[in-house]
Design a protein around this ligand. Structure first.
Ligand code: HEM
Length: 145
């Protein structure tokens, strides 16, 4: 039981770091594509910020969220598979992981100069992690189902 609360704490710390990146990286993309300075120092600065955010924060945070989350799943008596909430949470975390991969793909396109995504679309996509976060937290805490 002692270990359970420590693993859960590490899980929550990891998801906070992951979410911070998932909220901020698409905002950086908006500023990046809408900045008129298409070359030079500004372009290089955006590329550096995006690379560091993804590699130094988001990738490790996603991996540790999964590791500690799966550790909780494997802890006996924690997940009641006859309830509905584990499935809504699973669907939303798969969606969150897809969104992470989509952001990573967008970063590569911006780096290569092949991106055609508009600032408006990045703004819309920025709402995806918010919606998934609502589903996850309601699933795991309020458990209305
Ligand atoms: C990455 C894959 C993930 C897995 C496998 C996973 C799995 C789990 C499990 C099994 C629990 C324990 C539930 C309990 O103690 O009753 C838990 C707790 C929690 N998870 Fe996740 N989770 C994942 C991602 C996330 C994400 C992305 C978020 C938030 C955006 C999140 C937020 C939470 C919170 C807030 C709790 C604590 C709930 C509480 O006990 O009050 N998890 N998770």
């Amino acid at each position: 039981m002692d270990l359970y609360v420590w693993i859960k704490s590490l899980h929550v710390i990891s998801v906070i770091a992951w979410m911070a990146g998932l909220f901020y990286l698409p905002r950086l993309f908006v500023y990046h594509v809408e900045s008129n300075a298409v070359s030079g120092e500004t372009e290089a600065l955006f590329q550096t910020m995006e690379r560091r955010l993804l590699r130094a924060i988001m990738n490790p945070a996603m991996i540790s969220s999964w590791i500690f989350g799966l550790w909780l799943v494997m802890t006996p008596g924690i997940v009641d598979w006859s309830a509905f909430w584990p499935y809504t949470k699973l669907a939303a975390i798969l969606g969150m992981t897809w969104f992470h991969m989509w952001c990573a793909g967008q970063r590569k396109e911006l780096l290569a100069g092949t991106s055609t995504t508009t600032g408006r679309r990045y703004r819309m996509m920025n709402e995806v992690p918010t919606l998934l976060l609502l589903v996850i937290v309601f699933s795991v805490i309020a458990r209305p189902f």
